[in-house]
Design a protein around this ligand. Structure first.
Ligand SMILES: [Zn+2]
Length: 415
């Protein structure tokens, strides 16, 4: 039985039919539809010579034991955002099942190294507003105080939702034991952006995930009558904030590959007849290089202070969230590039703007790499998310090659 990427596509469609509707995928973590997706997956795994269990954080592990206990992890996530696409996350899981099938057949149930497929729990964070729950718990990086207080729209807390699937919140970090034998980790994902599409390439090797700095910037001016206040007498908080919106494009351009977004802007008093007294904007900055990210942040701070001084207003900063860049393992990036090159004749290396479970696995010190496949329209988290079927076939083929290369690489590492 050779690798059959067309079966992967058929199974992706099967899952879509089972867990989606006219608005897209509905596999939000810890909901009945997500449980149904897992049950479906268990049915596929039952045909393989694997041991399967759910860990202390609700992640599903399926292990094909090998001659060496050192393990290659293949990670993905069945969960989706509400009205999500048919490929985000589950492409990896289902391609991973196909790789397990190929390996089980080729090595009569016992490959040279252990191979473990993991379906991470709640990658998307769609319900509780916090991504990468299962992988963060497993890597030990989950902020327990913050996670404890998370609530969904109906007021249900994360610990309550976890209890519903038999997971004890207090023990979620016990899942870290699963990583003890991990020697390397690989993940296949749709790109979710337009880079490969614009280059007309089916696949790419991922260099790592961007570091993120997320801040709220508030300018404090003075409310004043919009008719009686001359322009030169105003302390206009919005004017300073508005200048920032152009500045971040210059900052991003100078950074060599970074991105900056002002995603929200609120004003007080927020009425048509008043100069803005207070303007709060949020700034999201991302870069693969920690030094470059720090420079982007410093430049934004300096600009905000200069515009505040210029406009006779005050500025304050508040950090909302931060994560360091997670550069992937150089040797695994090379193996991934080789696998892509052999499968489609050309390769492009690119960073990942979105975070993935692989960022957490990499942060736990496990050599990690991801492979991207092209996204049509450059869009995901939307029912129009799509990838050409010939690209999916190439993706599964190249990903299987990568698995083989990384297994050999694991055997070459000192024990
Ligand atoms: Zn995803």
């Amino acid at each position: 039985m050779a690798l059959n990427p067309h079966r992967t596509i058929a199974e992706l469609k099967e899952l879509r039919a089972l867990t989606g509707n006219e608005n897209g995928a509905q596999r939000v973590a810890f909901t009945p539809v997500w449980v149904a997706a897992r049950t479906w997956l268990l049915g596929k795994l039952a045909e393989l010579p694997v041991e399967t269990h759910v860990d202390a954080a609700g992640n599903l592990w399926s292990t094909l034991a090998g001659d060496s206990p050192r393990a290659l992890l293949i990670g993905g996530h069945l969960d989706s955002v509400p009205n999500g696409g048919w490929l985000d996350g589950c492409l990896n899981v289902i391609a991973g099942v196909e790789v397990l099938r190929r390996l089980a057949e080729e090595y009569s149930g016992r490959p040279p190294v252990t191979v473990r497929l993991v379906d991470w729990a709640d990658e998307e964070g769609a319900r509780f507003g916090k991504s990468l729950f299962g992988s963060a718990a497993c890597s030990g990086k989950l902020d327990m105080d913050e996670a404890q207080g998370l609530r969904d729209r109906d007021g249900i807390t994360l610990p309550e939702a976890l209890r519903g699937i038999g997971v004890d919140f207090e023990k979620v970090k016990d899942s870290g034991v699963e990583l003890k034998t991990a020697a390397a980790s690989i993940e296949l994902h749709i790109e979710q952006g337009p880079v490969l599409l614009d280059l007309d390439l089916p696949l790419g090797a991922v260099l790592g995930t961007f570091g993120v700095e997320r801040h709220a910037i508030t300018f404090h001016g003075q409310a004043a009558h919009s008719g009686s206040t001359p322009m030169n007498r105003r302390r206009d908080a919005f004017l300073a904030a508005g200048k920032m919106s152009q500045e971040i494009y210059r900052i991003a351009e100078r950074s060599g590959g970074g991105v900056c977004t002002i995603g929200s802007c609120t004003t007080k008093p927020g009425i048509v007849t008043s100069v803005v007294e207070e303007c709060r904007i949020t700034l999201d900055q991302r870069h693969l290089d920690a030094g470059a990210l720090a420079t982007m942040l410093a430049e934004a701070r300096a600009a905000s202070e200069a515009y505040a001084t210029e406009g006779n207003v005050r500025v304050t900063w508040e950090r909302l969230w931060q994560i360091e860049p997670r550069p992937f393992h150089p040797e695994l990036i090379q193996l991934c590039a080789d696998a892509v090159q052999e499968s489609c004749g050309t390769v492009h290396r690119l960073p990942s703007g979105p975070l993935h479970d692989s960022a957490e696995v990499c942060g736990a010190g496990i050599p990690t790499v991801m492979m991207f496949t092209q996204s049509l329209h450059g869009i995901s988290h939307n029912k129009i998310e799509d990838t050409r079927e010939e690209h999916l076939v190439q993706a599964v083929t190249a990903f299987d090659r990568l698995a083989g290369k990384v297994m050999e690489w694991i055997l070459q590492q000192p024990a």
